[in-house]
Structure formats: C-alpha cells, structure tokens
Design a protein around this ligand. Structure first.
Ligand SMILES: Cc1cc2nc3c(=O)[nH]c(=O)nc-3n(C[C@H](O)[C@H](O)[C@H](O)COP(=O)(O)O)c2cc1C
Length: 242
C-alpha cells in the first residue's frame, strides 16, 4: 500500500519557499464530484493582510508564518443558481442534499490536494477553525448567498518532521457487513498507545489518552458553532431546523 498515504502527518510549520500552487488547484478541480455539479469553489489567499484577518478567526499560529499557501474550500451552490433561468424554483440547490453535496465536493477536493501535496514531498494541515466565525469569513472573502466557507488548508514545504499519530485500531473502526461491536479491551490498548505517543513525541510532549481527549470534548468551548444553522439560513440554504 502507498507508504506516503499511510505516513500522513499534519504539518504546521513551513519553509518560506514557493510551491506549484496551480498544479494543486488543478488537482482540486479534477476531484470526483457529486452529480458532476462541482459544487465547490477554491480561494487561494495571497493578500498578507487578509491572511492575518483569517488568522484572527482561526487562532492558528500556522497562518502567522510566512511560508505555505492558504486555500479556502467553499461550498458553492451559487454558480448553479446563476446558470438556471431567473425565477426557477431553486429548491434542489438550497436544500440539505445540495449543501451536503457541496460539503462532499469541497472536502474531497481538499483531501485530494493534501494527498497530492504529500506525494510530492509537501505537507499541510486542514483548518476547520475558520468555522470559529463563519460570518466574518463570509465578509472577508466576499462570499455570495448560496455559498459557505467550509474548510481551510495550508500547504507548503515542511519545516518540521513530526511523528505520525497512531490511529484507532481496526477492531474499533472497521466492520464487516455491519457495525462492529464496541471492544473495550481494544479501546484500553489504544489509550496506552496514544499515551505513549504523547509522552514520547519530539514536540509538545504531554500526558494524554484518547479517552481523556474524547471526554474533554464534552466541555469544549464550541457553543459558537451552534450558530452555524442560522448562518446557513442567512446564506440561503433551507436546511430543516432541529
Ligand atoms: C476537518 C478537519 C479540520 C481540522 N482543523 C484543524 C485546525 O483548525 N487546526 C489544526 O491545527 N489542525 C486541524 N486539523 C488537523 C487535525 O488536528 C489532525 O488531522 C489530527 O490531529 C490528526 O493528526 P495528523 O493529521 O497529524 O495525523 C483538522 C483536521 C480535519 C480533518
């Protein structure tokens, strides 16, 4: 199996060297697409002031560095709506199915770009933290109705070489013909593996287990993300309210 795919690590420090960003944009454009609608738009951020404003939303130190290219993957149903006759019922471009298709297309394109970058010796990290303030992102990028800023991706020449994070074992993540029974012993083993990884990693060693990490998530300050439903409605998406 592809050793590079199995050796994925997020890279958060980059050398200030240019990369072939157009080739990566082409990879995004070539990605499989739900119903071939290609319901995403890719924005490359080159303006230093804009990148700093996005850094303020994300809180991610990687954006303050000089190296790396910043891409924002945007769910885009606006282009479809621009292509249909004025006055059409655009329900099929604004409902949950359309939004989900846009999420698939944007996410797969982003992962395709990161995988291609890794195969060429580059590295990167996704930035879901742009969702800390989607309204601000919509303003900063001048996003029209029927679009949504889903995911950021920094890609560049790595200036660090972190150890890969151990993943959940097969028993807990892979089923055959159905959902796998919860295996408490495998979870306990994985806690020990993760604790060992965090205790011994070369940068930012700390005491941590997977169960501890999951439990801390119960009290994570993510309340602002509850607003996302209202923001999607303001962008024109007609998702059912809970
Ligand atoms: C959808 C998504 C959003 C993410 N957002 C962030 C982020 O905002 N900041 C960050 O430093 N890492 C982010 N990451 C990277 C994860 O923290 C990372 O993939 C995870 O800890 C596993 O580590 P690894 O990628 O090195 O294997 C994100 C990853 C995904 C898939």
């Amino acid at each position: 199996m592809d050793r590079i795919a199995l050796n994925h690590r997020s890279i958060r420090r980059f050398k200030p060297e240019p990369i072939a960003y157009q080739a990566l944009e082409d990879v995004a454009r070539a990605t499989a697409s739900s119903e071939f609608l290609q319901s995403f738009t890719l924005i490359r951020v080159t303006d230093v002031a804009l990148r700093e404003q996005i850094a303020a939303v994300s809180g991610s130190a990687v954006l303050h560095e000089r190296g790396g290219e910043l891409f924002i993957f945007v769910v885009d149903c606006a282009r479809d709506i621009a292509l249909v006759p004025a006055g059409s019922d655009v329900h099929h471009f604004t409902n949950w199915n359309a939004f989900l298709a846009g999420c698939f297309d944007a996410t797969l394109a982003a992962q395709n770009v990161l995988a291609a970058a890794e195969r060429s010796g580059l590295g990167g990290v996704f930035l879901g933290s742009i969702l800390n303030d989607p309204r601000r992102m919509i303003d900063l990028l001048h996003l029209p109705r029927y679009t949504f800023p889903l995911l950021g991706l920094m890609v560049g020449v790595p200036a660090e070489d972190p150890e890969p994070k151990p993943r959940l074992p097969r028993q807990l993540t892979v089923g055959e013909n159905g959902y796998p029974a919860f295996d408490a012993a495998a979870a306990a083993d994985y806690d020990a593996t993760v604790a060992n990884y965090y205790a011994n990693r070369s940068a930012g060693a700390r005491q941590e287990s997977f169960t501890g990490l999951v439990r801390r998530h119960l009290t994570a300050a993510l309340q602002h993300r509850d607003e996302i439903g209202a923001i999607l409605a303001a962008q024109g998406f007609t998702l059912p309210q809970a």
